[in-house]
Design a protein around this ligand. Structure first.
Ligand SMILES: [Zn+2]
Length: 57
């Protein structure tokens, strides 16, 4: 996985409507919501685009 310096990747939890921010992106199956423990967090679409751009470089 590429690392985008200075960028926090946001994951949104549908369960409790809280956002989790990580310094490095990870597969959603490995990310737990710190608020409710939900494992199915979705990456923000803006962050997903950043990640895709980083992988193309
Ligand atoms: Zn949650």
């Amino acid at each position: 996985m590429p690392k985008v310096n200075g960028t926090l990747f946001g994951y949104y939890c549908d369960e409790c409507e809280e956002r989790t921010f990580l310094e490095s992106p990870a597969y959603t199956s490995e990310i737990y919501c710190p608020f409710c423990g939900n494992q199915t967090l979705a990456m923000d679409s803006d962050d997903l685009r950043l990640l895709e751009e980083a992988m193309q470089e």
